[in-house]
Design a protein around this ligand. Structure first.
Ligand code: COA
Length: 311
């Protein structure tokens, strides 16, 4: 765990600024020897236990992540091996940053609807602290490590994923990036010295589009299904900043008390924040059968989306 007070000793920041500007008090940092895939596998095992299913039941494993174990192969392939799923189960990663979980959910839903598969694991798993410049106060106070997972199946009775909507605005690729280590700037002593392998963000620009796009995506999910804000029992939103969520809550007229929040304890866990907060809400008894659960997320790309679930 890394608290705001710990960060005060590392960069020119303070607990009050971080709490008031973001809502974060502390974040989790993965221990050495733990990787993006090992966190993902631990989360998926818990999801399979909760569903009463064995790894062999999975027809597909999708990992939303922009912090893979390594550029090749996919983190999902490591997960397949670690949990002992079938070798015939296609396993791949989705790169949609903080929206990776909703992108994964949408893909799983489409494969299940077309009858190509019956059961999919969708995981959000992210270890952004290993892509962090701990001398950059603009970013290092914001992020934490984590993973969450769900199992999606074809059995529903009118319950399940009602709709998903995905969006990308490629004109905004510059405001949130890890610029080095890819084909444009291959890893070299120079890219490392310049910390080009670390996350870079124009926070104010991201903030502005986040409020607008998340609200619009929430409204699209509701209007597509003929639902009103008061019909929603739980919002599992990507959590980057409490001020973003408060603004979205007001715009879409869903009280903040209906949001599943854990930003204070975990910081921004990128694609993992929705499945982690959903899991916590379910285990706390906040979600009942037939409740409407709204999911919204936005991240680098800029990519964003929404999903409406009948629980
Ligand atoms: N501690 C103390 N001061 C800090 C700081 C920190 N950790 N980080 C920035 N500041 C300073 C800035 O340097 C600036 O100082 P100046 O006015 O002297 O130039 C001041 O605080 C305000 O900076 P600004 O960037 O305008 O703050 P903000 O209110 O926009 O908050 C973020 C910054 C990053 C918290 C906020 O913009 C944010 O959350 N953006 C969206 C992030 C996000 O969603 N990212 C991922 C998408 S998944």
């Amino acid at each position: 765990m890394l608290t705001n007070h710990d960060l005060e000793k590392m960069v020119d920041t303070n607990d009050t600024w971080i709490r008031e500007r973001t809502g974060i008090r502390e974040r989790r940092i993965a221990l050495p020897g733990v990787y993006t895939s090992t966190m993902a596998s631990a989360a998926l095992k818990e999801a399979l236990d909760a569903a009463g299913m064995q790894p062999g039941a999975l027809d597909m494993i999708i990992c939303g992540t922009v912090t893979p174990d390594m550029p090749l192969p996919a983190t999902a392939a490591f997960v397949q091996r670690q949990i002992g799923a079938s070798g015939n189960c296609p396993s791949f990663d989705i790169s949609a940053a903080c929206a990776g979980f909703i992108y994964g959910l949408s893909i799983a839903d489409a494969f299940i609807r077309t009858g190509k598969i019956r059961t999919a694991a969708v995981i959000g798993t992210e270890m952004l602290t290993r892509f962090m410049d701990f001398e950059d106060r603009n970013t290092c106070v914001l992020f934490g490590d984590g993973a969450g997972a769900v199992v999606v199946t074809a059995d529903h009775d009118g319950r399940g994923i009602l709709s998903t909507h995905l969006f990308t605005d490629g004109s905004l690729t510059d405001i949130l990036q890890i610029p080095g280590g890819g084909s444009k700037e291959p890893a070299s002593a120079e890219t490392v010295a310049q910390k080009r392998h670390c996350i870079q963000m124009e926070g104010r620009e991201v903030f502005k589009v986040a409020v607008r796009y998340l609200s619009e995506a929430a409204e699209t999910a509701l209007s597509t299904n003929g639902k009103k804000p008061e019909d929603v029992q739980l919002v599992a939103a990507h959590q980057a900043n409490m001020r973003i969520l408060s603004a979205v809550s007001k715009r879409v007229s869903i009280p903040i008390e209906r949001f599943a929040l854990n930003l204070e304890s975990y910081g921004n866990t990128s694609s993992a924040s929705i499945p982690i907060s959903l899991d916590e809400a379910v285990r706390a008894g906040r979600v009942n059968d037939n409740d409407l659960v709204l999911m919204i997320a936005l991240g680098g790309g800029i990519s964003w989306g929404s999903a409406l679930i009948r629980w």
